[in-house]
Design a protein around this ligand. Structure first.
Ligand code: B12
Length: 518
């Protein structure tokens, strides 16, 4: 059987870094790990072909070759995802959709033959049987109550990807998170018991990437890499020794909870294993909002102190922030700005609180009759519920905060603070040819032609003073800045202005769901 696997297009997003990709000489930030994992689960006798539309277009020849089509992705990819379904139908090829979007919003995929919800491990036979019913059928395969153990996850088919087209590659160590944040749907989709792989599985995946010749950054796409601290402390020394044996080919980054700062030994082991940055769900300096959201792990220590400890230990902090909690008043924007202005966090992602389907927040807002339309997961739009704060204040305040946050001065200021306070840097390998080309492109487009060239050269000079190894990080920040500054200016601010105009014109967003029991 010829199985064609298609990853839909991403719209331009913050995390997509699309405006910086050409400087890096890449086509996309990250490969479709979910689909590469599904490909590895296919039975003997299946020939698989994976087409990532963020790297190349889908050709008619691909669809003529295919006996079945598998596709899937995030809600923000839904437009391109539905186009893939329509093209498969045009060639009368049965098509299945899976991944985060069909899992949380199956009703959007009525045109697909199979809507596959949940994790795929142990369920591929069920999928192929459903697809075998032909292109006239429509079946929804719901996620089973039991989550699969991660020991059943095979090495993803990285060989089906052109790894040279991606800024980073990704792998996954665990699924699930022990905490209970009201707005998060990860605990609903993947559970609160962190399920982990065996260290030998992770080594097998690193070996597979190494054999394919990949060198560079690897993203552990876990929701909370330290969800099971005992297990991760067994894994890290194994990864450290493997890295040493292979000349440290990879720099890792991941997502973790803020309580990482309270464990100096774990911090040290992460850095020794080759981790260089970590994404933290910091959310807000407002204690009331953290209490309300049930984000208790962020209340156990001072957040600035936490960021400082992690930074000095040698990890760059990337941070997620949210405004629009019920306890937030218009003072929250100045509070967030005051907090962020003191942090060495170049990549600070601030969004307006969004109610994701299936979360405790969604259920509470439904009971209060405040829910509006479903969200596509894009936090850069009007809230999908009636906020407590006056909505014009919320949108105006948010736009003002974003305008400051990604002004060249504020962004380069955070990069400089990071350089000043960063801890020891593990020895990095020499710059690859790709790296030299990216450096020259960045010097030309940002350092010579760019409107932030004075700030760019200031940062480069500071990096050289701080030590040769810092130059690589400073150039990466300049490339990321190119995207973040432009995305804010060209996408976020105009959309917030439109949203504000709509609210001021009294255009209420429709209340999608009547109050429970209304
Ligand atoms: C890594 C990650 C990212 C990365 C990379 C994403 C990418 N590919 O580009 C980054 C940091 C860039 C990112 C950004 C965003 N993300 Co994100 N991200 C994740 C995270 C943590 C892991 C995804 C992953 O790789 N998992 C590992 C693979 C193995 O799992 P999987 O993809 O789920 O695949 C399994 C199953 O779903 C299934 N499956 C998957 N596809 C298919 C297809 C078929 C046919 C079948 C049968 C089965 C199947 O089989 C696989 C094995 O079991 C998830 C949370 C999570 N734990 O899943 C959130 C998550 C996917 N992200 C989410 C969101 C909203 C975003 C953002 C839109 C946020 C924002 N506004 O900026 C951005 C936008 C993305 C972008 N590129 O711009 C949401 C998606 C919600 C939704 N329902 O669509 C999630 C679920 C988090 C959440 N809290 O809700 N993200």
């Amino acid at each position: 059987m010829n199985v064609l696997i298609v990853y839909p297009l991403f719209p331009v997003t913050y995390w997509g870094f699309q405006y910086g990709l050409r400087l890096a000489g890449k086509r996309a930030s990250l490969p479709p790990l979910g689909l590469a994992t599904v490909a590895a689960l296919l039975p003997e006798g299946c020939r698989a072909r994976l087409v990532d539309l963020n790297v190349r277009a889908l050709r008619d020849g691909d669809l003529r070759w295919a006996d079945v089509v598998l596709t899937g992705g995030l809600l923000i990819q839904v437009e391109s995802l539905l186009e893939v379904v329509a093209r498969a139908h045009a060639f009368r090829v049965p098509v299945a959709v899976g991944g985060p979007a069909p899992t949380t919003s199956p009703e959007l995929f009525g045109d697909a033959n199979v809507v596959f919800r949940g994790e795929a491990e142990g369920r591929i036979a069920e999928l192929l049987r459903a697809l075998g019913r032909g292109s006239g059928e429509h079946v929804v395969l719901d996620a089973p109550a039991r989550f699969p153990e991660m020991t059943t996850v095979p090495v993803p088919r990285y060989d089906l990807l052109d790894l040279s087209q991606y800024v980073s590659v990704s792998l996954q160590y665990s699924r699930g998170c022990p905490f209970q944040c009201e707005f998060c749907d990860v605990i609903e989709i993947f559970g609160r018991r962190p399920r982990v792989k065996k260290p030998s599985q992770i080594i097998a995946e690193l070996e597979a990437l190494h054999r394919l010749g990949y060198r560079g950054t690897v993203f552990f796409v876990d929701d909370n890499f330290i969800g099971n601290k005992l297990a991760v402390k067994r894994l890290l020394p194994v990864v450290r020794d493997w890295q040493r044996k292979h000349g440290r080919p990879f720099q890792f980054y991941t997502e973790a909870s803020v309580d990482l700062a309270s464990d100096p030994a774990l911090l040290r082991e992460l850095v020794e294993a080759g981790f260089s940055s970590v994404f933290l769900g910091i959310e807000t300096p407002s204690v009331k909002a953290l209490e309300q959201a049930g984000k208790t792990q962020n209340l156990r220590l001072d957040l600035s102190e936490a960021v400082d400890r992690i930074t000095r230990a040698g990890l760059e902090v990337m941070g997620g922030f949210i405004v629009g909690f019920d306890s937030d008043d218009p003072g929250i924007f100045a509070q967030q700005r005051e907090f962020l202005a003191r942090q060495p966090i170049p990549l600070a992602m601030v969004g307006i609180l969004t109610a994701l389907p299936g979360t405790a927040l969604w259920r509470r807002l439904a009971a209060e009759g405040r829910l509006r339309e479903r969200s596509n997961g894009d936090p850069f739009s009007r809230p999908n519920f009636a906020p407590m704060m006056d909505e014009r204040e919320l949108l105006r305040g948010y736009a003002g905060l974003m305008e400051w946050l990604y002004s060249p001065e504020a962004y380069y200021g955070r990069c400089a603070a990071r350089l000043e306070r960063a801890g020891p840097l593990p020895a990095a390998g020499s710059l690859s040819l790709d790296g030299v080309a990216a450096l020259l492109r960045t010097v030309w487009h940002v350092g010579i032609l760019g409107s932030s060239r004075r700030l760019f050269w200031g940062l480069m000079a500071q990096a050289v003073r701080r030590g040769r190894g810092r130059l690589r990080e400073a150039v990466v920040h300049a490339v990321q800045g190119e995207h973040l500054i432009r995305y804010t200016r060209e996408q976020v601010l105009p959309r917030m202005a439109l949203a504000l105009a709509a609210v001021s014109a009294g255009e209420p967003l429709p209340v999608a769901l009547p109050a429970v029991g209304a």
